[in-house]
Design a protein around this ligand. Structure first.
Ligand code: 7PJ
Length: 272
C-alpha cells in the first residue's frame, strides 16, 4: 500500500496502534498536556512495532454521541501534524467526516479508516483524490443505536456483500483497488454470537482485499470473560491470533507490544 510518502508491505502482518484523542480537558494547559501524552503514546506504540497509528477524535463505541466537525478537527489536526513532524510512521485518520479526512490528509495522514465505509457524501472523491489506502468497515446502523437487537440472515454473507458493494462504489469513484482494505467491524451492530461466527468464518470475506481485524479489548471479551477494559489484553491477543490464522493481514490494537510478540511467534511458525 502506498500511504502518501510512506509505503507498507502486506507480505507481513501489519499492526495498527490505536491513538484516541478525546480530551477530558479544554483548557490550554490541558491541551498541551494531551498533545504531549498523545505523541509519547504514539512513539511507544511505534517502538513496539506498530507500522500505522490510527488517530481518532470521535468515539464510535456503542451508544456514543457524535461530535461536531470543529471539535473533531480541533482534536485530531494538531496531533497529526505533530506525529508527522516527529515520527516516521504511517498516520491513519479514523473518521467518517469528509472535512476531517481532507484536513487530516493535508496535515500528513496517509490512510483513511472509516467505520462508515466512505458512505458520507463527498468521502469517496476525497479518498480518490488523495490516493491513500482506505479501510472500509462494516457496521449495521449507526454507533448510537447499532447494538439495539441487530438481526442478520447469514452474518458473514451480509458483511461480505456489503463490503464488496462498498469496495465497488469506491473503485467506481476513482479509488485504486490496490488501496482498499476491508474490515468486518467486530462489535458494530453485532452480538457476541455474530462476532464469533465472523471470526470463525473470516476467510469467507475472500482474498480480493486485505482484511483488517479490530478485536482489541472489545465488549465481547467483557461479556464472555467478565473482565473490565484494563484486563482484556490476553484475550485480545488470542483473538488477534485467531484472526491471523483465518487470513487477517492487519490488526487494529491497543496493546501493540503483546500483540507484536504474538504475531512474531505466529510468523516464526508459518512463514520464516
Ligand atoms: C474498529 C475501528 C474496528 C476499524 C473502532 C474500539 C471501537 N476501525 N474503530 N475496525 N473499532 N477499522 O476500538 O473498540 O474494529 S472503535
Amino acid at each position: 500500500m502506498i500511504c502518501g510518502n510512506r509505503r507498507i508491505s502486506l507480505s507481513r502482518t501489519v499492526v495498527m496502534g490505536i491513538l484516541n484523542v478525546t480530551p477530558d480537558s479544554f483548557s490550554d494547559g490541558g491541551r498541551f498536556r494531551d498533545l504531549d501524552a498523545s505523541l509519547r503514546h504514539a512513539e511507544s506504540m511505534q517502538a513496539a512495532g506498530a507500522e500505522i497509528i490510527d488517530v481518532g477524535g470521535e468515539s464510535t463505541r456503542p451508544g456514543s454521541e457524535s461530535v461536531t466537525i470543529a471539535q473533531e478537527l480541533d482534536r485530531v489536526v494538531p496531533v497529526i501534524e505533530a506525529l508527522n513532524r516527529d515520527l516516521d510512521v504511517v498516520i491513519s485518520i479514523d473518521t467518517s467526516k469528509p472535512a476531517v479526512m481532507r484536513a487530516a490528509i493535508d496535515a500528513g495522514a496517509g490512510m483513511i479508516n472509516d467505520v462508515n465505509a466512505l458512505r458520507s457524501e463527498g468521502a469517496i472523491p476525497i479518498a480518490a483524490a488523495a490516493g491513500v489506502p482506505v479501510c472500509l468497515m462494516h457496521m449495521l446502523g449507526e454507533p448510537r443505536t447499532m447494538q439495539n437487537s441487530p438481526v442478520y440472515g447469514d452474518v458473514v454473507e451480509e458483511v461480505r456483500d456489503y463490503l464488496e458493494s462498498r469496495a465497488a462504489a469506491c473503485i467506481a469513484g476513482g479509488v485504486d483497488k490496490r488501496q482498499i482494505v476491508i474490515d468486518p467491524g467486530f462489535g458494530f451492530g453485532k452480538h457476541v454470537g455474530h462476532n464469533l461466527e465472523l471470526l470463525r468464518r473470516l476467510k469467507e470475506l475472500g482474498t480480493e482485499y486485505p482484511v483488517m481485524a479490530g478485536l482489541s479489548r472489545k465488549s465481547m471479551i467483557g461479556k464472555l470473560l467478565g473482565l473490565p477494559m484494563d484486563r482484556r489484553v490476553h484475550a485480545s491477543v488470542a483473538l488477534a491470533m485467531i484472526a491471523l490464522a483465518n487470513g487477517a493481514r492487519l490488526l487494529r490494537v491497543h496493546d501493540v507490544g503483546p500483540t507484536v510478540d504474538a504475531v512474531r511467534m505466529y510468523e516464526a511458525v508459518y512463514f520464516d
